[in-house]
Design a protein around this ligand. Structure first.
Ligand code: ADE
Ligand code: ZN
Length: 338
């Protein structure tokens, strides 16, 4: 019988919640800082890692935005994406829907084209060299106002056919989804899919707003939905995908211990949960590590692992025809791996 860790690595999986800027490893941060002549407030990789002790989302965001300042050229974004894709290819990941935060880059003077072109070229190379497919999701920073989100959507116009959807990230508390109602309506009118971070630190009301005011296709995180039985029923009945990020939840103190992580409870309640890494360079693990550590901590069965793998594809923005071979590959792998 193969080990759980071998089973998890071998299962075909998709990642649906990954901020590409959150895959910036400290070593790469120094490399980009050196080649772009950007100064860093750290002298060593160890000093950087020591700074990754967060007590909440904002603690993390402050350091994450600071780190992103080393990204200056299309080549940097290309290299960042390829480094991430190489890591998750080794994790058994077959498809990724990655977020990027254009405002983090345009607000420090980079043209909109730099991040998007660099990422799209990295995504094309990942398909050609690693066989991993991917789609790009543009996130609006929710601590900024809706006009800034509209300006971002306008700047993205030339690339909209190569962007699968929009998302909402950054500081959740005090910035409810309803703040972005109009720009989400506009994004939908342009044929984009819609996702939003909700219920990570914010209350269940923010998840209701993401559903009813924004009309999202997926909820990113969604942990605090469990505080509201009516909301759980709504999410379960509608088959809404939740992109859950266990190691992120641990590092940002959304949960005190992985052993009490709600992932298994979510599955038991009939919620369509998936497992993802969020910002792996900052939270101590890429895709497979999230699966392996959480499975060990909460005791997932092989059947639950298969459900999670299937959810990651059926919850993606791939077409049913594209999803079907992945589901067949999951079944074939699970059947052969006893
Ligand atoms: N940006 C990057 N990671 C994030 C997270 N977990 N929540 C909100 N915004 C983010
Ligand atoms: Zn996130």
């Amino acid at each position: 019988m193969i080990t759980d860790s071998e089973f998890i690595r071998g299962l075909p999986k998709a990642e649906l919640h990954l901020h590409i800027e959150g895959s910036l490893e400290p070593e790469q941060m120094f490399e980009f800082a050196r080649r772009n002549r950007v100064s860093l407030p750290f002298r060593t990789v160890e000093e950087v890692r020591a700074a990754y002790a967060f007590s909440n989302l904002q603690d993390f965001l402050d350091i994450y935005y600071q780190g992103a300042a080393v990204l200056q050229t299309e080549q940097d974004f290309h290299d960042l994406a390829m480094a991430y894709f190489r890591r998750v290819a080794a994790d058994g990941c077959r498809h990724v829907e990655l977020f990027f935060d254009p405002q983090t880059h345009t607000d420090r003077g980079l043209p909109f084209s730099v991040a998007v072109e660099g990422l799209l070229s990295g995504m094309a190379e990942a398909k050609a060299s690693l066989g991993i497919t991917s789609k790009l999701i543009l996130c609006f920073l929710r601590h900024l106002d809706e006009d800034a989100a509209f300006a971002t959507l306008k700047a993205a116009e030339p690339w909209l056919s190569r962007i699968v959807g929009v998302g909402l990230d950054s500081s959740e508390l005090g910035h409810p989804p309803s703040k972005f109602a109009k720009v989400y309506r506009e994004a939908r009118a342009r044929g984009l899919n819609l996702v939003a971070h909700a219920g990570e630190e914010g209350p269940p009301e923010y998840v209701w707003e993401a559903l009813d005011v924004l009309g999202v296709d997926r909820i990113d995180h969604g942990n605090r939905s469990l505080e509201d039985a009516g909301l759980v029923e709504r999410l379960a009945k509608s088959g809404m995908t939740l992109t859950v990020c266990p190691l992120s939840n641990l590092r940002l103190c959304v949960v005190d211990d992985l052993k009490v992580h709600p992932l298994k409870r979510m599955l038991g309640l009939g919620l369509k949960a998936t497992v993802n890494s969020d910002d792996p360079a900052y939270f101590g693990g890429y895709l497979a590590e999230n699966w392996i550590q959480t499975s060990a901590a909460v005791g997932l069965t092989r059947s639950e692992l298969v459900t999670l793998a299937k959810n990651s594809f059926t919850g993606s923005f791939l077409t049913p025809a594209e999803v079907a071979p992945h589901l067949a590959a999951i079944d074939a792998f699970a059947k052969g791996a006893v």
